[in-house]
Design a protein around this ligand. Structure first.
Ligand SMILES: [Zn+2]
Length: 194
């Protein structure tokens, strides 16, 4: 489940964050992450969700996000960023982070089978609170599950992308082989040549 991202240099590449709660970090954040901010209005969140891991489970075509819910999603996102950075760099979790995640772990989107098509849908409208709940439930799974020590920041020094390595060998270092992985190979090659 990948997303196509475009770097500041214009290069497009695919990136798999490995979890919805980490995919959310692609929408922006505080400080140096603010350059990537795209969630300005509730509709921005609704648009972004159309290509998300949640929409891959079933289409999110009936969404209702209120301004307060958008603020809550962004606050959760910023907490999740600090949690992911702490996990990736073996630091203590920031104070209050777990309370924020626990508080967000409320209702989640309700799945249903459409009797006409046999396909999975969500009971609509899916609310911003349910989106937040889905991210928080998953964050709790991540923090208490086998992949807790697999949260990583891309090993390239100029790359801010965070992901959970769900591969069996657990040796993923790069956001994307197409981008940072390949650049590293090229620079290692150049180093050997000189
Ligand atoms: Zn990278």
């Amino acid at each position: 489940m990948t997303r196509v991202l475009t770097g500041r240099d214009g290069q497009s590449f695919t990136f798999d964050p490995g979890a919805f709660c980490l995919e959310l970090l692609l929408t922006g954040g505080p400080g140096k992450y603010a350059y990537w901010e795209i969630l300005h209005t509730p509709d921005d969140l609704a648009d972004w969700l159309q290509d998300s891991r949640l929409a891959a489970i079933a289409p999110l075509d009936d969404l209702r996000v209120r301004p307060a819910e958008l603020r809550a999603v962004k606050a959760f996102r910023d907490t999740m960023l600090s949690v992911a950075l702490a996990l990736a760099h073996d630091r203590d979790l920031p104070a209050g982070a777990l309370e924020t995640i626990n508080d967000a772990a409320g209702p989640v989107p309700r799945p249903r089978i459409d009797p006409a098509t046999g396909r999975r849908t969500w009971v609509g409208p899916v609310t911003g609170t349910q989106i937040l709940g889905a991210a928080a439930h998953e964050a709790i799974d991540l923090l208490t599950g086998p992949h807790r020590d697999r949260v990583r920041e891309c090993a390239a020094s100029n790359c801010l992308l965070l992901f959970v390595d769900t591969s069996r060998p657990g040796k993923r270092r790069w956001c994307s082989m197409e981008r940072c992985g390949n650049r590293n190979k090229v620079s290692a090659y150049r180093t050997r040549q000189t």
